[in-house]
Design a protein around this ligand. Structure first.
Ligand SMILES: CC(C)(COP(=O)(O)OP(=O)(O)OC[C@H]1O[C@@H](n2cnc3c(N)ncnc32)[C@H](O)[C@@H]1OP(=O)(O)O)[C@@H](O)C(=O)NCCC(=O)NCCS
Length: 176
């Protein structure tokens, strides 16, 4: 476990490095391009929730949470956050940086008044941070996906109380 890791909001100067980080972590450009596209979405992008992990000023991790909606049967929308994507430099993975980014993101999101987060991801990883199957709240993905990989967490007590429906992602996700 490296102990020199710092976490902070990304700045303009980081954009290129964040692109490279996502590209190397995912082994393709899709997620890197998604981050670039989401930054331009004035409705969904929350600058404070694009967070980098640095090691001696070098960017080694990044996490992004964007605004999403949960649409119920009657068309009512409730705001939440989607966690995606997140990336850690391959040589530093499994040293806890991903976990630190998630926890920092939760802290900042709570300060900003967000009450929940939705994630599509590995069923053994995200539950470590409190995520549970979104089925619990009758929250569904807008596409076919096994229920155990589509998860949600309440950042505050009852953060998802009386909220159910289908997640509406920012349109930028459609191109990934
Ligand atoms: C997912 C990722 C960000 C996690 O970051 P990290 O710093 O390695 O995470 P942590 O150190 O907090 O946790 C590592 C643990 O999670 C597990 N884990 C992480 N991603 C996993 C996955 N996709 N499948 C299964 N287990 C996973 C690791 O096996 C490890 O388990 P261990 O502690 O028992 O060894 C990083 O692995 C990564 O960049 N992966 C490539 C990009 C990606 O898949 N991003 C997630 C989708 S948006």
């Amino acid at each position: 476990m490296t102990n020199k890791i710092s976490l902070r909001q990304e700045t303009k100067d980081d954009f290129k490095k964040v692109f490279e980080l996502n590209q190397i972590a995912f082994g393709q450009e899709n997620e890197a391009k998604l981050v670039d596209a989401l930054r331009k979405n004035q409705t969904a992008f929350v600058p404070e929730l694009s967070i980098v992990a640095t090691d001696n000023n070098k960017i080694v991790g990044h996490i992004l949470f964007t605004k999403i909606n949960i649409k119920d049967d009657t068309g009512n929308l409730k705001e939440s956050l989607g966690l995606a994507p997140m990336a850690v430099r391959p040589e530093l993975q499994k040293s806890g940086i991903g976990g630190q980014l998630i926890k920092k993101g939760f802290e900042v999101a709570k300060e900003l008044g967000f009450k929940s987060v939705i994630v599509l991801g590995h069923e053994h990883y995200y539950p470590r941070f409190g995520f549970q199957s979104a089925d619990k709240w009758k929250i569904k993905a807008p596409f076919e996906v096994p229920s155990n990989v589509f998860m949600a967490i309440e950042l505050v007590t009852d953060g998802l109380r009386d909220i159910s429906g289908t997640v509406v992602y920012p349109k930028e996700f459609e191109t990934v």
